[in-house]
Design a protein around this ligand. Structure first.
Ligand SMILES: NC(=O)c1ccc[n+]([C@@H]2O[C@H](COP(=O)([O-])OP(=O)(O)OC[C@H]3O[C@@H](n4cnc5c(N)ncnc54)[C@H](OP(=O)(O)O)[C@@H]3O)[C@@H](O)[C@H]2O)c1
Length: 292
């Protein structure tokens, strides 16, 4: 551990889709052989680097971008530490972590939708999508989208979605040219996302949970004034301030009772394989945590 880091004893480790890409060896940001590491966790400070003044032993710290976090002890650079207020439990804080910060930058930095606009989200039951839906609804935006199974419809409605469709219900063309913004974290649905857009609308493309998209011709997009915006959370979390500011932004929604987090699925770290299989299967709905 270096002089600018905190040693954290983790209580929970967050599983994210990027962990699946890394295990598959096809994470677009770090192309290398498959490996399992983890990036997100929460826990208490057990040792403090000598250059650090403003932390104490026992402080609770959340982190979302520290490699090798699938461990009981993780060295977290102080720049990456997010302070968590007492009123939030570990499970809720980490469920608001990487998935919440992603939903926040997708809603507030990348898309910047206006009140009463119509937005479509693929995979409404996913961890990012559930938080994104609630943020957008609280911001006065109308949300529709898809889920894969009947039992996920109610989850999406409870989060405030107005119209919830099964995946196969949207290919008949009835919803084409309808939405101001389409959020696509499924990937292979990108051509469909462009069809769902109104002229002058935008797709927010942010992941490939369902597989890579086919190539898109920008000349065709131009003829209908449609745009594709993309973004990665790592480009928005550049220092302690940008991490803490965005986390605090999420806490405001919690305090106003506009954002609630369903109980996460907790799986022992020693059963990590089961957790990865659950996330990859698409049967999960919300956060998956690993417990050391
Ligand atoms: N750009 C960034 O900075 C950033 C950061 C974090 C995450 N992400 C991306 O965000 C996406 C969601 O991540 P997450 O953590 O929320 O994962 P998640 O909880 O596993 O949610 C993914 C959801 O996508 C839907 N889905 C999965 N496979 C599908 C398929 N073949 N066809 C259609 N829908 C499918 C499922 O929802 P339904 O069952 O409801 O359909 C699933 O619950 C991933 O692509 C991830 O890479 C991007």
């Amino acid at each position: 551990m270096d002089a600018n880091s905190l040693l954290i004893q983790t209580t929970f480790i967050g599983l994210n889709y990027a962990d699946i890409y890394r295990r598959n060896g096809n994470y677009h940001i770090e192309k290398h052989k498959p490996y399992i590491n983890g990036y997100e966790g929460i826990g208490n400070v057990v040792k403090i680097g000598e250059n650090i003044k403003n932390y104490h032993i026992g402080d609770r710290i959340l982190f979302v971008d520290v490699p090798f976090s699938n461990a009981e002890l993780v060295a977290v650079p102080a720049e990456n530490a997010i302070n968590v207020p007492k009123f939030i439990t570990d499970k809720i804080a980490i469920s608001l972590g990487l998935q919440g910060l992603t939903a926040d930058f997708l809603a507030h930095d990348l898309a910047a939708n206006h009140i009463d606009e119509h937005v479509f989200i693929h995979g409404l039951s996913g961890g990012v999508s559930q938080i994104l839906t609630q943020l957008l609804v609280a911001d006065g935006i109308k949300v529709s989208g898809t889920v894969s199974t009947d039992n996920k419809i109610q989850i999406a409605l409870d989060n405030g979605a107005e119209h919830v469709y099964k995946r196969d219900e949207i290919s008949n063309g009835k919803l084409f040219n309808t939405f101001d913004t389409v959020y696509d974290g499924v990937g292979k649905t990108l051509p469909q996302s462009l069809e769902l857009l109104k002229h002058r609308g935008k797709v927010i493309f942010y992941g490939m949970a369902g597989g890579l998209p086919s190539p898109i011709d920008p000349v065709n997009l131009m003829s209908e004034s449609k745009s594709i915006l993309t973004g990665d959370l790592w480009d928005y979390l550049t220092d302690h301030k940008s991490r803490q500011l965005r986390f605090n932004r999420l806490l405001k929604y919690i305090n106003r009772h506009q954002l609630k987090i369903n109980s996460p699925e907790v799986i022992p770290l020693s059963n990590g394989q089961i957790a990865h299989e659950l996330m990859k299967s698409g049967h999960s709905a919300g956060k998956i945590l690993l417990q050391p």
